[in-house]
Design a protein around this ligand. Structure first.
Ligand SMILES: Nc1ncnc2c1ncn2[C@@H]1O[C@H](COP(=O)(O)OP(=O)(O)O)[C@@H](O)[C@H]1O
Ligand SMILES: [Mg+2]
Length: 144
């Protein structure tokens, strides 16, 4: 259901389709900043993006490693989960700039934790719970 151009309510199947479409269409170097509570659907969306990129390797949650790198698709996928980061400076150790400003597709879960490091042209996707258990509200906007 369309609420306005940038806010949509999606069931899980629809959210996956949305993610696949992103994976099929995003340009090299795109940075997707995912924001939303635990269970909001950030990892589900990332898995669908990987599918849209044509990545066959299963995408797992990189909570402990902070970053997962997946080749074999239309573009490389760099999947960050920065939930455990307390200070954005910790991102330097990971060499985040190589990813954010590289030619792959970067997806960052819990992007609000490293807000100041996001490129100005990052795409922000906010996910929140809907009225029903299987609904999520997705809002898309630019970072800066
Ligand atoms: N509309 C929906 N979109 C995405 N996930 C949904 C939806 N409805 C229910 N779910 C469930 O919510 C959970 C989302 O988990 P996950 O993607 O790991 O969230 P996060 O990474 O934001 O913590 C999954 O168990 C998924 O099956
Ligand atoms: Mg997650």
């Amino acid at each position: 259901m369309n609420e306005n151009a940038n806010t949509i309510t999606l069931n899980e199947q629809e959210l996956r389709a949305y993610g696949r479409a992103l994976g099929e269409s995003l340009e090299p170097g795109a940075v997707l900043a995912l924001v939303g509570d635990l269970g909001a659907g950030k990892t589900t969306l990332t898995k669908a993006i990987a599918e849209g990129l044509g990545i066959e390797e299963p995408v797992t949650s990189p909570t402990f490693t902070l970053i997962g790198e997946y080749a074999g698709g239309r573009l490389p996928l760099y999947h960050f989960d920065v939930y455990r980061i307390d200070d954005p400076d910790e991102m330097n150790v990971l060499g985040y700039e190589e990813y954010f400003y590289g030619n792959g597709l970067t997806v960052v879960e819990w992007a609000d934790k490293i807000w100041e490091l996001l490129p100005a042209d990052a795409i922000v996707i906010e996910l929140s719970y809907g009225k029903n258990e299987n609904e999520r509200i997705l809002r898309k906007r630019n970072a800066k």
